[in-house]
Design a binder for this molecule. Structure first.
Ligand code: NAD
Length: 484
């Protein structure tokens, strides 16, 4: 039976002001399994008003860091209690195997909330020595204040996890929020908001308005009482958001796409590198911002490595992720299916050598085959543009310098992985690749204590760790005259 999802505003479910609804389709069979409120600017207005009230004299504004920490710990426990439910919600919405969110996304969400509880009471100011004021001594110190109401705009690929990157940090800092989940994945955000209520967060601290990016997302960016937009999604939407939010001098964090290199040197641990690179490009059907879609392999190893990657791709079981043994489900939506196939065709047209997978033809469900191209070069479309699907492109290189040059010759700069047994080389290369995170002999780990974010077209700012929590504060300076 199709579910009817509503917004969550000021602690209660709410319909769209004009009664609008949007359909949610299951990527496996393309059938409707739910509808959600299709939000309006008026809905955003109500949610922002509730979030503002909590900051301006509401119960939330009276809590200290330790009290916010207690609530965050309770919320973490509730998310952990509902692991299976939340994982199933996110998996079902995008056709992913629920095993992945159970193992990765939900534990990471729990860890984010617990880590943020630790930061809530540690967002300390500093005392700063100064030259004094007109011959008198002064005492100058800083305080960290919550930035205000945050608009959190989230994509569909790992919705719960990405929502908690924002939510945990902003709650630790004492902010309030209006969450705008992706059109395809409102369910886990709505459940998370209900868990906030159960944990004891005052109504209005966490609100969710479901709907379209160009309506709800845009209204958040335009709203004068929203102090910060924290966005994860495509560079195209990021650009539009920065333009709108920037016009009002809002703070903006942008976590955007990637074209991340995985660099395999000829002294790499071979089997681990193949396993790591396959995980790096095929997990979540390659719909991962940090997907290692450019696989740079030292020439001596390139043929053997490409053959092993092709074998890894060919043995992945694609199908309905609810069936036992299935390792890869469909892509999240028809638009993704068409996009990924377009890129595979571009790879063929530009002369890359197809070793596994290839163009998929429409059937019931948006399934594509895990695909590996070899014999590619970094100028090809498949090496330059983010595909956001299970398509790995293998490019051979000769020297360390060349590998670094290829890795850095990209509009993106999110993550990189290095595969080598040479410790000195690992550090040398890690320092020279222009990205936000480097994994050496591992795929960039997701950890609540580590900052995450990118350079260039991959975005602005960092989430995670104390860096992430501080990003939801303003640093205010207080100077006190100390006459002698
Ligand atoms: P998207 O940009 O289409 O949508 C993301 C969110 O933004 C959705 O909630 C959408 O409704 C909203 N949105 C769209 N246009 C908007 C606008 N003009 N104003 C305000 N909001 C708007 O991206 P997507 O297809 O959902 O996600 C895929 C992209 O996200 C990929 O590029 C991927 O690399 C990126 N991503 C980045 C990270 C990271 O941490 N860097 C993590 C996950 C995904």
């Amino acid at each position: 039976m199709s579910q009817n999802l509503k917004h969550f505003i000021n602690g209660v479910p709410a319909d769209a002001s004009d009664g609008g609804r949007m359909r949610l389709l299951n990527p496996v069979d393309e059938l409707e399994y739910a509808t959600a409120a299709e939000g309006t600017a008026e809905d955003v207005q109500r949610a922002v008003a509730a979030a503002s009230a909590q900051l301006n004299g509401g119960a939330w504004s009276t809590l200290d860091g330790a009290q916010r920490a207690r609530l965050l710990i309770r919320l973490a426990d509730l998310v952990e209690r509902d692991t299976a439910l939340l994982a199933d919600m996110d998996a079902h919405a995008i056709g992913r195997s629920p095993i992945e969110p159970r193992m990765m996304d939900v534990p990471n969400a729990v860890a984010n909330l617990r880590a943020a509880a630790g930061w809530a009471n540690q967002l300390e100011g500093r005392t700063i020595p100064t030259a004094g004021y007109m011959g008198n001594k002064t005492l100058s110190y800083t305080v960290r204040e919550p930035i205000g109401v945050v608009g959190a705009i989230v994509p569909w690929n790992s919705p719960l996890m990405i929502t908690t990157w924002k939510l945990a940090a902003l709650l630790a800092a004492g902010c309030t929020v209006v969450i705008k989940p992706a059109e395809e994945t409102p369910q886990s955000a709505l459940h998370l908001a209900a868990l906030c209520k159960e944990a004891g967060f005052p109504d209005g601290v966490v609100n969710v308005v479901t709907g379209r990016g160009d309506v709800v997302g845009r209204a958040l960016c335009e709203h004068p009482d929203v102090a910060k937009i924290s966005f994860t999604g495509s560079p195209e939407a990021g650009r539009a958001i920065q333009r709108t939010a920037g016009a009002q001098f809002k703070r903006v964090t942008l976590e955007l796409g990637g074209k991340s290199p995985q660099i395999v040197f000829d002294d790499a641990p071979f089997d681990e590198a193949v396993r790591g690179c396959a995980l790096g490009i095929f997990v979540n059907q390659g719909q991962v911002c940090a997907a290692g879609s450019r696989i740079l392999v030292q020439r001596k190893l390139a043929r053997r490595f490409a053959a092993a990657m092709a074998e890894a791709a060919a043995t992945i079981q694609v199908g309905d992720p609810r069936e036992p043994g299935v390792q890869m489900g469909p892509l999240a939506k028809q638009q993704q299916f068409e996009r990924v196939n377009r890129y595979i065709q571009a790879g063929l047209d530009e002369g890359a050598e197809l070793l596994a997978g290839g163009v998929s033809h429409p059937t019931k469900g948006w399934f594509v085959k895990p695909t590996i191209f070899a014999g590619a070069h970094n100028g090809m479309t498949i090496a330059r543009e983010e595909i956001f699907g299970p398509v790995g492109t293998i490019i051979a290189f000769d020297t360390e310098e060349e590998a670094i040059a290829i890795a850095n010759d990209s509009d993106y700069g999110l993550a990189a992985t290095l595969w080598t047994n040479d410790l000195a080389r690992a550090h040398r290369v890690a320092h020279q690749v222009k990205v936000g995170a480097v994994g050496v002999n591992c795929w960039s780990p997701l950890d609540a204590n580590l900052p995450w974010g990118g350079l260039k077209r991959s975005g602005i700012g960092r989430e995670g760790g104390i860096t992430g929590a501080l990003a939801y504060t303003e640093e205010k300076v207080v100077t006190v005259l100390l006459p002698s």
